[in-house]
Design a protein around this ligand. Structure first.
Ligand SMILES: [Zn+2]
Length: 245
């Protein structure tokens, strides 16, 4: 019996189109980050980060679409996941419900479970990888799509004690809307965990620093949140107050 040959479909594009403007402020004054290797000889395993000269937002350009990160990239995230889980544990040791946004294969919930064995982790991701993660019991509920989708947003409104975003603002077309959607899914008093590729964006409230136009801390304070982490912290944890928008 012969094995049927694979249909000759073109390979799925790994990355979306290149962006000419900043997803945060719309400026076209972008500064590309130097690539580590010659892309003609070594195709990049992930797109590089560009940085906006006007507001400082760093983002993947092209914005990544479907597909998992290279295993080496995922391994590099493991330590960040451990440190982030510990940082939340110190402030909220027993959350009941947690949503990981852009969870992919749910690597973060898988790691964080060591500190939060009784927490119910859910995941949202634009790819079906989150369904595999649910089958592997890494998350309890899997939502395929974007958190900014109105139907999903309505279903998840004020449901979670913690909402986490790992390098998620860097890879969505509208990071401000993504931030608003994450707060929408948090219950009042819940914690938002943000880990971004460029920690300079978090330092907007550092004493002696000029407020950074794209400072996430400033943005969250303006939305009625209290930032709990120090300005020099490489990640940001903020509490959604009852009055938050
Ligand atoms: Zn900008």
């Amino acid at each position: 019996m012969s094995v049927p040959s694979a249909p000759s479909v073109p390979p799925r594009p790994v990355h979306g189109p290149h962006r000419e403007d900043c997803p945060w402020c719309g400026s076209r004054r972008l500064r590309p980050r130097p690539r580590l290797r010659d892309p003609r000889r070594h195709p990049p395993v992930r797109p590089g980060l560009d940085r906006c000269r006007d507001c400082g937002h760093a983002f993947r350009n092209p914005l990544a679409v479907a597909g998992a990160d290279h295993p080496a990239v995922r391994a590099g995230f493991r330590l960040r996941h451990v440190l982030a889980a510990r940082a939340v544990f110190r402030r909220c040791p027993e959350p009941e419900s947690w949503l990981d946004v852009g969870t992919g294969d749910a690597d973060f919930p898988h790691t964080a479970r060591r500190w939060f064995p009784y927490t119910s982790f859910d995941g949202v991701d634009p790819t079906p990888r989150v369904l595999r993660a649910r089958a592997a019991e890494r998350v309890e509920e899997a939502h395929v799509g974007r958190l900014t989708d109105p139907l999903l947003a309505a279903r998840l409104h004020a449901r979670y004690d913690v909402v986490s975003l790992f390098h998620q603002l860097e890879r969505v077309p509208d990071p401000r809307a993504e931030l608003a959607a994450a707060l929408h899914a948090l219950r009042p008093g819940g914690l938002l965990l943000l880990d971004v590729a460029d920690p300079r964006r978090l330092r907007a409230l550092a004493p002696g620093h000029t407020p950074h136009p794209a400072g996430l801390a400033t943005e969250l304070e303006e939305r009625g949140c209290t930032v709990l982490t120090a300005a020099q912290d490489p990640r940001l944890i903020a509490r959604k107050e009852a009055s938050a928008a």
